[in-house]
Design a binder for this molecule. Structure first.
Ligand code: TYM
Length: 333
């Protein structure tokens, strides 16, 4: 059976980008007979970008409730919190000793931090922690620990999955075939979902549309999507429009064609946004009540996570033992 694995960093409220990029494809494949899924909350990764404990707690609760409300089956999938599986941190050290520093120099998140520093006239590495720098190594540990074949992610994470593959190859070359070589799976229809300001929808840009906003607030948020100053009736270019891009991520092929035509026919922005609100609501509404019930019941979420961690550790203990054996950390007799 094929193993599918993906995680979300617990630094904010899950948004439409997380949903279409990772949660929706991961849940769909987790329900298939011939797949085994590992879905987790990346709370050790959260520390890289966030030093607010309360925020990490709230986010953990929200992301867990989101996965569960959207139909993740905890009996069929392994659903856990990264920090509840200490073998991941242990493996991370071993992989740190395999990962080339030059490879880390090329990681997007690190390069972006350096570029921003230089732009502001700062020292290149100003504020860069070892956590940020070696972030792809922890992610490699997440992936390689469970022998994942496929990793459904948004485009922004492809590089990290490729780095995990690189690190695995290097380990296997030195110590034998211990790790499965993972592959990123990206939904080409979705690309990187844009946020309110047209940049990538991201917690760090503060331009997200949270997934489970109540309907009125959802519409208000959609109304804030930046559009160019075209009058109603003026033709609009769907291919450069955030409204259209989000529409496409939720609509059927037929609905997408219809909206494309409406754009060229000059649909008013207000009307397009209203229709987008209705479309998103039709996808989200069925899960919202479950989400709210779970949010009010943290002990139910915690119980699911603890049971999940036990299942995860059956795998992680065995794999870590293989790794240690392979590298020569084993009893003398
Ligand atoms: P994170 O928390 O930034 O995002 C979680 C997932 O959502 C996807 N995503 C998007 N997809 C489309 N459009 C967007 N605007 C958008 N924003 C986010 C991301 O690509 C990701 O799939 N390092 C990871 C978490 C992680 C992980 C892993 C993922 C840790 N270990 C192992 C896979 C496997 C991250 O920060 O994702």
């Amino acid at each position: 059976t094929e193993r599918v694995l993906t995680g979300i960093t617990t630094t904010g409220t899950p948004h439409l980008g997380n949903y279409v990029g990772a949660i929706r494809p991961a849940i769909a494949s987790s329900l298939l007979e011939d797949k085994e899924s590992f879905l987790f909350l990346a709370d050790l990764h959260a520390l890289i970008k966030c030093s607010e404990p309360e925020k990490i707690q709230t986010s953990t609760r929200e992301i867990a409730a989101t996965w569960l409300a959207l139909g993740l089956d905890v009996n069929k999938s392994v659903f856990y919190r990264q920090s509840d599986v200490p073998e991941i941190s242990e493996l991370c050290w071993v992989l740190n000793c395999m990962a080339a520093k030059g490879l880390m120099n090329r990681a997007h998140a690190y390069k972006a931090a350096v570029a921003a520093n230089i732009e502001e006239g700062q020292d290149a590495d100003f504020g860069v922690t070892m956590g940020l720098y070696s972030y792809p190594v922890l992610m490699a540990a997440d992936i390689l620990m469970f022998g994942a074949h496929k990793v459904p992610v948004g485009k922004d994470q492809i590089q990290h999955v490729e780095m995990a593959r690189d690190i695995a190859q290097r380990f296997n070359h030195h110590f034998g075939e211990v790790f499965v070589l993972p592959e990123a799976v990206v939904d080409d229809n979705v690309a990187v979902l844009q946020g309110l300001d047209g940049r990538k929808m991201s917690k760090s840009y503060g331009n997200t549309i949270p997934l489970f906003l109540p309907p009125k607030k959802m519409q208000k948020s959609i109304n804030k999507i930046k559009t160019n100053l075209l009058e109603p009736e003026e033709p609009k270019d769907p291919d450069t429009s955030t409204v259209f891009q989000i529409w496409q991520a939720f609509a059927s092929a037929e609905q997408t064609l219809e909206m494309r035509k409406a754009f060229t026919d000059g649909i008013a922005w207000g009307e397009a946004k209203k229709q987008l609100g209705v479309l998103i609501e039709s996808h989200i509404a069925p899960a919202r009540e479950k989400y709210e019930t779970l949010m009010a019941n943290p002990s139910e979420i915690e119980a699911a996570l603890q049971a999940g961690a036990e299942k995860a550790r059956l795998h992680s203990r065995a794999l870590l033992a293989d790794v240690k054996h392979a590298i020569g950390i084993r009893p003398l007799v």
